[in-house]
Design a protein around this ligand. Structure first.
Ligand code: C2E
Ligand code: MG
Ligand code: MG
Length: 728
C-alpha cells in the first residue's frame, strides 16, 4: 500500500473489512485512484496484476464489473459505483452496502459490496471498498424465502408439498379461503390485512393436531393437511378454525373473517397440485351457499361440472343445428280409449345419442339458457299444432313445460303470446306446465300467472306433491289443472298414500281443477285413479313419450274413435252457445234478480261460446244460483257471470270450462260468506255445483267487484252431470 494519504485509521478500517471480505480496496476519489489492500484469489487469477498496476478508480471498477458481474446486474452496478451515486448514498451515513451477482464457471454466486466513507470532514473523498462472496448466506435466505411464508412466518406451499411427499399414509387436503378478505385490506389497510392473515394462520395452527400441518399459499389462501380422513374429525377442526377466526376478527376490530373450506382425499403418490385442485374445486362449489362453509370433493361432482361445462359450450350450436327434438307423451282418459292431450318433452340428440332432459335441463336452468330452450320448445309445438290443423288432424292440447327461470325473464307472457299469434294458435291448445315449486304464491308469480290467464293460457301445476303442495296457491293463481307427480302416484297401494291421494284429488276437484296423474305404470294405479275420478292419465302404462311421427299416428287414429263415440252418445250431448244459455238463465231467474244483471265476459276466440254440455243443465244451474243468492244482494248489488276459459271445439269429452257467477258487486266478501253459511238454500246451490264437479269459492282478486265465484269445470257430456242438476 503505497499511498501516503492512507492513514493509520484507514488502515485499521481496511484491515477490519478485509477480515470479512475477500477483496478490500482503498479509494481516493480526489486522486481518482483505487489501491488493493487484498485481492481475492479468484480475481487475482483472472486479472493478474491489472488492479495493482492500473489504479484509476473508474477504469478499475468498470473493468472489474465487466469481467465478473452477471450480465443482468452490470448496468445497475455501474450506476451504483459511480462517484455521484456513492456521494448520494453516503451523504448521511458512513456505510453503504449493495448485493449483486457474479457469474463464475457457469454458476451464479452472490457478492456483497460494502463502501465505507473514511473521509475526515464533509463529503466523499476517501473510502474503503470491500467485496465478499455471500453465496452461502444468500442461498439460505433464498431457501427461507422459498419455504416460508413472508406474511405468516409459517410454511409456504413449496414446503407444504415437500412435506406431503414425505408422507407414507393417506390423509386429507383442505383448501381454505376467507370470504370477502378484500374488505379487510380495503377498509383497514394492507398492513392490518397482513396482520389479520398472520392471526388467521395462528387460528389454523392452534386448531389442528400435531400430525396435521398447514401452509399459507398466497393472499387469503391457506392449505391444511389432515393426517386422517374422517369427515367428522376434520369438520370439528374446521369448525374450530371458523370459530377462532371469527372471534379473532372481533378482537382485532376488523370486518368478520369467515373461512370456507374444500377438502379432497390424498394418497401417497398423488400429485399435490392435482389434489389441491380437487380441494379448491370442492371449495368453489359452496361459494354463495350460506348453509355450510365446507365441502368434500367427489369425482362424480367434478365429472358433473365438466359435463355441464361441455353442455353449456355446446348449447348455441345445438340450438342452431336443431339438435333439440320435441317428443310427445300422450295423456289418456283413465279408460285409456281417449287421447285427451299430450305433454311436449324435449330431448337432445347429441353426437347421435338421445340425452334425457333430466341431464341438461338443470344445467340450463342454472345459467339461464333454459329460457331460450323453453321458448324453442313452445315455438316448435305451436308450429306443430299449426301443421296438424292444416292436415285436418284433431286438435288436442299439447302442454309445454316452462321453467321457473324462464318465468322471471322480462316480457315472457308477451313473448309467448306473440309466438302463438305468429302461428295463429289458440292459447288453450298449448297449456303451460309450471312446477309446483316455481308456483309458490308470491306477488311476482301471481301477477305473471294472472297475465298468462288473461291472455287465455291454461296453466297446469306440474309435479304436485314434490314441493309444498299448497292447494291455496293453486287456487289463487288460476291453475286449471293439477298434475300429480309420479312420486305420489307410487304411493298407491299404501294406506297413507291412498288416503293422501283421495283427499288431494277430492280437494283439487272441489277447487274446480282438472286432475292429471303422472307416471302411472300399472293397472292397480289406473283402477285406483279411475275410482277417484282422476281426469287424465299420463304414464308408461298407456304410453312413453313418443317421437313426432309415432305421436302423429296416434293423433290420426284418435279422430276415428272420436267420431264413433260422438254418434254413440249423441243423445246425451248437445253443443250450445253459452251466451244464449246464460241469457236464458238470466231471463228465467229475472224475478229473483234484485238490481241489475251484469254482462258476462268470455273469451273472444271463435269457439269459446260453444260448450258441449246439456244446455238445460247449465241453465238450471245458473238459474238456481241466481235464485238462491240474488235476493241476498243488498242495495244496488248485482249478479255477474263470467265464462272464462273454454276448451277447443274438437274436445267434447274434456271441456275445462268455467262458469263463474258472482253476486253482490258492492257487498263485502265476509258479508256474503256469512249469508251463505246461514242460508240453507246456499247449501243446495253448493251441492248442485259440486255435482257438476265445481265449487263455490271466495274472492277472485283480479275482479274487485266480484265477491263470490262459482268455478264450474264442465264434465264430460257422457257423465250423468246433466241429469243430476235439478233445483230442489
Ligand atoms: P315432467 O314435466 O314432470 O315430465 C314428466 C316426466 O316423467 C318425463 O320425463 C316423462 O318421460 C316421465 N314419465 C312419464 N310417465 C312415466 C312413467 O310412467 N314412469 C316413469 N318412470 N317416468 C315417466 P322426461 O321426459 O325425462 O322429463 C323430465 C323433466 O324434464 C320433466 O318433468 C320436465 O320437468 C323437464 N322437461 C322436459 N322437457 C322440458 C322443456 O322443454 N322445458 C323445461 N323447462 N323442462 C322440461
Ligand atoms: Mg311437465
Ligand atoms: Mg311432472
Amino acid at each position: 500500500m503505497s499511498n501516503e494519504s492512507f492513514t493509520e485509521r484507514d488502515y485499521t478500517i481496511v484491515s477490519a473489512l478485509a477480515l470479512n471480505y475477500s477483496s478490500a480496496y482503498y479509494v481516493d476519489f480526489d486522486a481518482d485512484e483505487i489501491h488493493p489492500y487484498r485481492i481475492s484469489d479468484v480475481i487475482e487469477q483472472q486479472s493478474g496484476s491489472y488492479f495493482r498496476s492500473k489504479p484509476k478508480y473508474w477504469d478499475a471498477i468498470t473493468t472489474y464489473i465487466e469481467r465478473n458481474t452477471a450480465p443482468e446486474d452490470k448496468e445497475e452496478l455501474l450506476k451504483v459505483v459511480s462517484y455521484e451515486n456513492l456521494c448520494r448514498e453516503l451523504k448521511d451515513k458512513k456505510m453503504f452496502m449493495y448485493d449483486y451477482r457474479v457469474l463464475r464457471n457457469g454458476r451464479t454466486e452472490y457478492y456483497r459490496m460494502k463502501v465505507a466513507n473514511v473521509t475526515e470532514g464533509e463529503g466523499l473523498h476517501k473510502a474503503v471498498m470491500g467485496f465478499a462472496d455471500i453465496s452461502t448466506q444468500k442461498t439460505k435466505d433464498i431457501e427461507r424465502y422459498a419455504y416460508y411464508s413472508v406474511i405468516t412466518g409459517g410454511y409456504n406451499y413449496n414446503r407444504f408439498k415437500e412435506e406431503l411427499s414425505k408422507r407414507t399414509e393417506k390423509g386429507a387436503l383442505t383448501a381454505m379461503d376467507i370470504y370477502a378478505f378484500k374488505i379487510v385490506n380495503s377498509t383497514c389497510g394492507v398492513q392490518k390485512g397482513d396482520e389479520a392473515l398472520k392471526a388467521a394462520w395462528r387460528c389454523i395452527v392452534d386448531s389442528i393436531d400435531e400430525d396435521d400441518y398447514a401452509a399459507h399459499i398466497n393472499a387469503d389462501h391457506f392449505v391444511i393437511f389432515f393426517s386422517d380422513t374422517d369427515h367428522d374429525s376434520i369438520n370439528r377442526k374446521l369448525a374450530l378454525i371458523t370459530e377462532r377466526l371469527e372471534a379473532m376478527s372481533k378482537e382485532m376490530e376488523i370486518p368478520r373473517m369467515s373461512p370456507y373450506f374444500g377438502t379432497a382425499e390424498w394418497e401417497p403418490g398423488d400429485l399435490p397440485e392435482q389434489i389441491y385442485g380437487n380441494a379448491t374445486f370442492a371449495k368453489h362449489s359452496i361459494k354463495g351457499d350460506s348453509s355450510r362453509n365446507y365441502a368434500y370433493y367427489s369425482k362424480e361432482d367434478s365429472d358433473k361440472i365438466m359435463l355441464a361445462k361441455q353442455m353449456e359450450d355446446a348449447f348455441e350450436g345445438a340450438l342452431a343445428n336443431r339438435e333439440f327434438e320435441v317428443w310427445f307423451q300422450p295423456k289418456y282418459n283413465p279408460g285409456g280409449n281417449e287421447l285427451m292431450g299430450a305433454e311436449a318433452l324435449v330431448r337432445w340428440r347429441k353426437d347421435g345419442k338421445l340425452v334425457s332432459p333430466g341431464l341438461f335441463i338443470p344445467v340450463f336452468e342454472k345459467n339461464g339458457m333454459i329460457r331460450r330452450l323453453d321458448e324453442y320448445v313452445f315455438r316448435s309445438v305451436c308450429c306443430q299444432q299449426k301443421k296438424w290443423k292444416e292436415q285436418g288432424m284433431s286438435m288436442i292440447p299439447v302442454s309445454v313445460n316452462i321453467s321457473r327461470v324462464s318465468l322471471y325473464f322480462q316480457n315472457v307472457v308477451e313473448t309467448y303470446k306473440n309466438i302463438l299469434d305468429e302461428y295463429d294458435i289458440q292459447p288453450q291448445l298449448i297449456p303451460l306446465e309450471i312446477t309446483e315449486s316455481a308456483a309458490v304464491a308470491n306477488a311476482e308469480i301471481k301477477a305473471l300467472t294472472d297475465k298468462f290467464f288473461n291472455m287465455g293460457f291454461s296453466l297446469h301445476m306440474d309435479d304436485f306433491g314434490t314441493g309444498y303442495s299448497s292447494l291455496s296457491s293453486l287456487n289463487q293463481m288460476h291453475f286449471n289443472t293439477l298434475k300429480l307427480d309420479k312420486s305420489i302416484i307410487d304411493y298407491i297401494g299404501n294406506y297413507g298414500g291412498d288416503k293422501l291421494l283421495e283427499h288431494t284429488i277430492a280437494l283439487a276437484k272441489d277447487l274446480g281443477l282438472h286432475v292429471t296423474a303422472e307416471g302411472v305404470e300399472n293397472e292397480t294405479q289406473i283402477n285406483f285413479l279411475k275410482e277417484l275420478h282422476c281426469d287424465s292419465i299420463q304414464g308408461y302404462y298407456f304410453s312413453k313419450p313418443l317421437p313426432l311421427d309415432e305421436f302423429t299416428e296416434r293423433l290420426g287414429s284418435r279422430s276415428a274413435v272420436f267420431e264413433e263415440s260422438v254418434s254413440d252418445k249423441n243423445g246425451n250431448m248437445e253443443s250450445c252457445n253459452i251466451r244464449e244459455v246464460v241469457d236464458e238463465a238470466i231471463a228465467a231467474a229475472a224475478p229473483y234478480v234484485k238490481a241489475r244483471v251484469r254482462e258476462f265476459n268470455f273469451n273472444t276466440t271463435p269457439f269459446t261460446d260453444m260448450i258441449y254440455i246439456n244446455r238445460e243443465s247449465v241453465k238450471e244451474l245458473l238459474k238456481s244460483i241466481i235464485e238462491l243468492t240474488a235476493d241476498k244482494v243488498s242495495g244496488d248489488g248485482s249478479v255477474l257471470f263470467i265464462v272464462s276459459e273454454v276448451s277447443v271445439p274438437d274436445m267434447p269429452y274434456v271441456s275445462y270450462k268455467f262458469v263463474a257467477v258472482g253476486i253482490n258487486a258492492h257487498g263485502s266478501y265476509s258479508d256474503i260468506n256469512s249469508i251463505m253459511r246461514s242460508d240453507p238454500r246456499i247449501a243446495v246451490a253448493q251441492k248442485l255445483v259440486g255435482m257438476l264437479g265445481g265449487s263455490i269459492i271466495g274472492e277472485m282478486e283480479d275482479n274487485k267487484d266480484l265477491d263470490i265465484v262459482v268455478r264450474l269445470p264442465f264434465k264430460k257430456a257422457d257423465q250423468p252431470a246433466a241429469e243430476a242438476v235439478s233445483v230442489e
